[in-house]
Ligand binder design. Structure first.
Ligand code: SF4
Length: 318
């Protein structure tokens, strides 16, 4: 990530970054009802190899100024994961990995993964019964919780970010994100709150996509409780701000804006595209005449999201 300074004011002007996004595999041990990774459901194509990764690091001269995202499928199922992560780590780039956390139940493996990433993002789908229904795997909830606890009790607790994907089932079950964080003794954990992206898969299942009104109410009370009780940061995406109650919109508008313009080039890799391909992935909401437009983010448009804490708001990279 490069900070461009204004010569006169010496103020930071723009964040300029190369993002290298790797779907290193498409196999997964969950079968989430709204899987965002199309190929996981339909193609199950080959893995990216360690050699592919090393070649791409050299080809793009990936370095400390860059950001690397490791996803899948489920990356922890990749047999060369630790070698791939340590190859990425040797570049000194910022490394973010997405995982359902189930294989982090193995303490030693958990430590090996966490020691090679700057952030690990683990999705949560609600109470045990709801989580196992959404993932369509009995026992997925318990394994993920044990994986999360291994992170929290380990040396790298501050690298954890929990992503709550708000389905109709989560709302109907009256799940409380704050109570969950308290129960796990991680009230200051950074979180992501997101609506469900209406993927092809999501549209084939019941009780996945909530209506806009219930989503707005649920997300609004979650933001309110989180900002009041946590010192952490909350990222918000795929929730149209205009569905939030006026009172919550006013709270967001009232927060001090600490955003800096972000510009990025996005490179995508998987086992079919081992040389990488630039993706045009940086659109804004199309709504006209809306004063909330820059804060109203969808991961379908770009990887810039709204981040909130008690006092401030800013647009950041997901
Ligand atoms: S940009 Fe404005 S009008 Fe459009 S969805 Fe977001 S809040 Fe609603």
């Amino acid at each position: 990530m490069v900070l461009i300074f204004d010569a006169h004011s010496f103020k930071k002007k723009v964040y300029d970054v190369n993002i290298f996004y790797y779907n290193i595999n498409y196999s997964c041990n969950n079968k989430c009802k709204f899987c965002f990774s199309h190929n996981t459901y339909y193609n199950n194509i080959k893995n990216i190899t360690l050699e592919d990764v090393q070649n791409s690091i050299h080809r793009y001269d990936i370095s400390y100024e860059d950001r690397i995202i490791v996803n899948g499928g489920e990356p922890t199922l990749h047999p060369e994961l630790i070698d791939i992560l340590s190859a990425f780590k040797s570049t000194k780039a910022e490394i973010i990995m997405y995982s359902n956390g189930r294989r982090l139940i193995n303490k030693r493996f958990c430590e090996d993964v966490l020691s090679n990433v700057d952030r690990i993002v683990i999705p949560r789908h609600g109470k045990q019964s709801i989580h196992d229904i959404i993932t369509q795997i009995d026992g997925a909830y318990q394994e993920t919780i044990e994986g999360i606890q291994n992170i929290i009790n380990g040396k790298f607790a501050n690298r954890l970010e929990l992503k709550f994907i708000v389905t109709k089932s989560m709302i109907d079950s009256k799940f409380s994100i704050i109570d969950f964080l308290k129960k796990q003794s991680i009230i200051d954990c950074n979180v992501v709150i997101t609506g469900v992206v209406p993927t092809k898969v999501a549209n084939t299942h019941k009780n996945v996509l909530p209506n806009q009104y219930e989503l707005g109410e649920f997300i609004s009370s979650t933001i309110w409780n989180y900002l009041r009780r946590s010192q952490g940061r909350l990222k918000l995406m795929d929730c149209k701000l205009c569905i939030l109650p006026v009172s919550m919109r006013e709270i967001i508008e009232g927060l001090t804006d600490k955003s800096l313009p972000i510009q990025y080039v996005y490179y995508f890799f998987d086992s079919n595209i081992t040389k990488g391909r630039i993706m045009s992935y940086g659109n804004e909401r199309k709504c006209s005449n809306c004063n909330m437009k820059i804060y109203c983010r969808s991961i379908e448009d770009s990887c810039k999201v709204l981040e909130l804490n008690r006092y401030e708001k800013r647009i950041v990279l997901e």
